[in-house]
Design a protein around this ligand. Structure first.
Ligand code: AN7
Length: 351
């Protein structure tokens, strides 16, 4: 089994003594969505990051962060998280054989992610407060107690996450015209940008994509250009009001002629259902923000025709089935006999 440390060893800060952990992260599908692409008048690809071992893109950075933590003799790792980082940290800490502490905003983490952190053996602390407050506490714990912080303030996290940009470029043979991506702490958009820049500097690609970041309207500090004190959105993964990598992400958008856009919660949920029912791809709400954004830009006549867009579907839909099934029709219950089934299927052989 090999992962990104094996595949991209030439591009990562590995030494002879870095343990090569892997749970099989990376190498995720880049799907071409013909139906939705046609509707939007673009060539649309989605990078299905929900196919990673813990169901999100976080595994790309976590495998490197935890490998380096082991190399440096770490006792334990700690992180704050809206859910996916904690699931990933728990998994790689287990694989590494070291303890993991996670700080989660109470009542605001999707059930699947909570289950992952707990079952994967992390010590889960529910913080009465939001993500931004939990992160302050995690930073303090790492500084005062000597735990290794595996949030994106740890530089290895974003370094590993660059691998997603390399995969996109490797597969397309070039960068796409636009890279559309959900933004919470703004780490992933920063990592993709750095990944494309690395490839451009090495002469592997000629151009950088426009970096297009999408946030939820109730948690869009980069659109509003100010901290959001009480962020709120159904897309709990990106319920973040003070993005750690905001400055770098803004520079990435500015340099490439990209930008930040907000979409409403209902646009996010509509995009989730459209993606699932018309393309067979089930992504978590946060991941659907860029798809919702492309649909809106198209409606407003601001989506250039014929461009090639890669949208990053950052997490798996199965992580948050509660949100996904809200307002969806219940299964039709039938008796366990043939007549009931025939009636339910309205099957009439004489027609
Ligand atoms: C599915 O897990 O911040 O802009 O603590 O889970 O790099 O923060 C998750 C973020 C997008 C935003 N999509 O990425 C966490 C956490 C999904 C996510 C983001 C997250 P960044």
């Amino acid at each position: 089994m090999s992962g990104i440390l094996q595949r991209y060893s030439d591009f990562l800060p590995l030494t002879a003594s870095t343990p090569r952990l892997t749970l099989g992260e990376g190498n995720t599908p880049l799907l071409k969505l013909r139906r939705l692409g046609e509707k939007l008048g673009i060539e649309l690809f989605v990078k299905v990051e929900g196919m990673n071992p813990t169901g999100s893109f976080k595994d790309r950075g976590m495998v490197l962060a935890v490998s380096k933590a082991l190399e440096e003799g770490a006792r334990a790792v700690v992180c704050a998280s809206t859910g996916n980082t904690s699931a990933s940290a728990a998994a790689y800490a287990s694989a590494a054989g070291i303890p993991c502490f996670v700080l989660l905003p109470a009542g605001k983490v999707a059930m699947g992610k909570l289950a992952q952190a707990a079952v994967l053996g992390a010590r889960v602390l529910s913080v009465r407060g939001n993500f931004d407050q939990a992160l302050d506490l995690a930073v303090r714990a790492s500084r005062d107690l000597g735990l290794t912080l595996v949030n994106s303030l740890n530089p290895y996290r974003l370094w590993g996450q660059r691998s997603a940009a390399w995969e996109v470029a490797d597969e397309l043979g070039e960068a796409p015209d636009w890279l559309a991506i959900p933004v919470g702490n703004a780490g992933n958009i920063t990592a993709y940008f750095a990944g494309f820049v690395t490839y451009k500097n090495r002469g592997i690609i000629r151009n950088l994509p426009r970096m297009m970041g999408f946030q939820a309207e109730g948690a869009c500090p980069l659109v509003r250009k100010e901290t959001v004190v009480n962020p709120e959105t159904v897309a709990t993964a990106i319920r973040i009001g003070r993005p750690v990598s905001g400055k770098k992400a803004s520079a990435a958008a500015r340099i490439t002629g990209g930008g930040f856009y907000a979409v409403t919660d209902s646009e996010i949920l509509e995009a989730q259902r459209l993606l699932a029912s018309s393309e067979g791809v089930f992504a978590e709400p946060a991941s659907c923000a860029p798809v919702a954004g492309l649909i809106r830009l198209h409606r407003e006549g601001r989506l250039p025709r014929g461009i090639r867009v890669a949208a990053v579907l950052t997490g798996n839909g199965l992580k948050d089935t509660e949100t996904a099934t809200r307002g969806i029709a219940e299964p039709v219950e039938i008796e366990g006999n043939w007549d009931s089934l025939k009636e339910a299927l309205s099957w009439n052989p004489s027609v």
